[in-house]
Design a protein around this ligand. Structure first.
Ligand SMILES: C[S@@+](CC[C@H](N)C(=O)[O-])C[C@H]1O[C@@H](n2cnc3c(N)ncnc32)[C@H](O)[C@@H]1O
Length: 312
């Protein structure tokens, strides 16, 4: 079962009880959990989020309390700059399942009851297209293929992760071809399509009970306006994007943040410590106001690119 894949709740529970989950291909369809999820369902959701890789090569890895020190420094800084009744607009972009955004919301709303927090990501749900005999495709809403489930196999369809194993490579190639030829998902009969949320149930619950917390689809490359605090953690990484895209991301951050506002950018290292730069926007440039660890790997690039824009 391990080498083939895990596509049912039963297989998942058996593999879990034997602690044999690492390296297995787990169907993203198992992210689906009920309205009142059990502890087991939540831990399954969190475990799958850890290994989930999206079509643009980024992971969705995030975990509880990952941003604890980042949240503490953020609050310390904004409490120095704003009074408790400020109507702060806070955004956490590339927030994955939005769990760490929900964790920030609690101390933020305690300190600033009139603040709002928007958590966003380019991918908030996937689609499961179920065919006959248990076969299914998992795709992104934009049609990008992620997985093909052909029991007992779970096959990754991302061209960014080509298989070494010739059999899996062949199955993946056939599944992609057959998907394209069938015209799915435009053709509306003969299969069932389900929307599977990638939002953590705790973030979803907070969104439903507190109108100050909002979740939406947004790209880190799209600027918005008048943001007081912007967080882009674990996304503007050299491993994910070439220099020109990182400059584009830094530029979108600059256009989004108000003069006097804060941009938090950084990365969690292998040993789970955070290397972060806290920038304050001073008129037409960034000023570093705090760092965690070694600071962001794009700190210099971000500062230089906005400086060049200002001179242009
Ligand atoms: C490693 S997770 C980071 C999660 C969270 N910020 C953290 O630090 O724990 C990276 C996230 O970036 C998202 N992502 C990838 N490209 C993106 C883009 N262009 N715009 C917004 N989000 C993007 C992925 O879907 C994924 O959820």
């Amino acid at each position: 079962m391990l080498a083939l894949g895990i596509s049912t709740e039963g297989q998942y529970a058996r593999a879990r009880s034997r602690r044999r989950l690492d390296g297995s291909a787990i169907s993203y369809g198992l992210l689906q959990i009920g309205n009142n999820p059990t502890r087991e369902e939540i831990s399954r959701f969190e475990e799958i989020s850890l290994s989930f890789r999206t079509s643009n090569g980024t992971t969705r890895r995030t975990f509880r309390r990952r941003m604890r020190d980042v949240d503490a420094t953020t609050l310390e800084l904004i409490q120095q700059w704003h009074s408790w009744d400020a109507e702060l607009r806070v955004q956490d972009r590339a927030a994955s399942n939005c769990l760490t955004s929900a964790e920030l919301a609690e101390p933020l709303f305690r300190a600033f009851p009139h603040a709002t927090l928007e958590a966003s990501d380019r991918l908030l749900y996937v689609l499961k297209i179920s065919l006959s005999r248990g076969r299914a495709y998992i795709i992104e809403p934009n049609g990008e293929l992620l997985q093909y489930i052909c029991p007992p196999l779970v096959v990754c369809l991302s061209s960014l992760q080509p298989y070494r194993c010739p059999l899996r490579r062949l199955i993946a190639a056939r599944a992609k071809k057959s998907f394209q030829q069938s015209g799915l998902p435009q053709r509306c009969s003969g299969y069932q399509m389900d929307r599977i949320s990638c939002i953590h149930p705790e973030a979803d619950a907070l969104c439903k009970r507190d109108s100050r917390f909002h979740i939406c689809t947004r790209s880190i490359f799209d600027p918005s306006a008048d943001v007081d605090v912007l967080r882009t953690m674990n996304i503007l990484n050299k491993a994910y994007f070439p220099r020109e895209k990182l400059v584009e991301g830094a530029s979108a951050a600059f256009q989004s943040v108000k003069p006097g506002g804060l941009w938090i950018v950084g990365r969690t290292s292998e040993n789970e410590t955070n290397d972060v730069t806290f920038f304050r926007r001073i008129d037409r440039r960034w000023e570093v106001v705090a760092r965690l660890g070694t600071g962001s790997e794009i700190e210099q690039l971000a500062a230089e690119s906005t400086c060049q824009r200002a001179l242009a």
